[in-house]
Design a protein around this ligand. Sequence first.
Ligand code: PMP
Length: 411
Amino acid sequence: MSTILTSLEIKELRRDFPLLAQKVYGHPLVYLDNAATTQKPNQVLETLDTYYKQYNSNVHRGVHHLSQVATDAYEAARKTVADYIDAGEDKEVIFTKGTTDGINLVASCFGKAMLKPGDSVVITAMEHHSNIVPWQMICEEKGATLKVIPFNTYGELELDKLDSLLDDSVRILALTYVSNSLATINPVKKIIAAAHEKNIPVLLDGAQAVQHMNVSVRELDVDFMVFSGHKIYGPTGIGILYGKQQWLDKLPPYQGGGDMIKTVTLEKTVYNELPFKFEAGTPDIAGAIGLAAALKYVNAIGIERIQATEAALMDYAMEALQKIPNLRIVGQAKQRAGVISFLLGTAHPFDTGELLDKQGIAVRTGHHCCQPVMDIFGIPGTTRASFAFYNTEAEIDALVGGLERAAKILL
Ligand code: PMP
């Protein structure tokens, strides 16, 4: 295990995030909503600023100097992403708007090419809505069935059901690496291997994984993986779809337009090669370059050190929260990352969240876009604290103090 960041190192790193220094309602901000979106370091903000001030220009189309500088930076960003997730080829990395956009792309294109009546798609019961709804939509369109891997009361997938669920009708398995509501880290390498034994490709939702741990798409042998830039210290509006070339080549384009074509006549279009086939129109150039700056920032700290630091902080938080009377943790899987979901007695999570907010503590409340998870637990939602490497034990203490004060009012 890597060494954790010292409190001095965290103090210095926090200086990179100007937003964290502010006060909310007169209290120092305690930002514990990192699973929804992380804050952005100066290194990312300055990269965006430099792009717009010095070389803003459209990519791939211009012979002029600025366009070439922008194109080089955009393609270098693709390489940075490919290296970060250990993709074999840069062209297997597609820039999207985010996780949701990437899943919609695969569901739509894979569905068009591969699904027919009687087929099925498998997901899990702990998926974010973005890994449920696009599959429901395409299954409905194609007459296919959506099947679900359940989880137990700890929030761990019931893998003894996997073999029977992955029957001959299954065309694709789509699941999350880390649950954004339960914190569960799913044993995806094992699941991918089991699916591949039956020639079933796997899409991994990496939205809550890539910022917390080292993810190698080649080591996992995963067929598709998606994530969002804004959850890994990068800008909003940019995300990644990784796909094995053999799969991406088989899929039809998602959208038509500029850049995704080789030739167009009024009768027929020849599509461009990877990755451009899936990048119709002017992409989020600044976003891609900004995301690369974020990944470089993470690399400079070291993802293993981030993982170790966050794990220690999660342990500290779990221990402290469990001491609060009437606090119930929702999701108790052995392998966890990123978030702690809980309920304070009979208080509605929204009320708990609001009282924390008044003390400068930002958490998320509600179903976290996982309504089926809440239905399974029979609860309206949870209060969720989610962590980044820049969070401190003092902030956990503030959360605990805030919850104790909230309990006095609500319970
Ligand atoms: N999947 C998971 C596991 C998530 O946590 C989220 C964001 N909460 C998403 C998908 C959707 O990400 P985005 O809104 O950035 O597309």
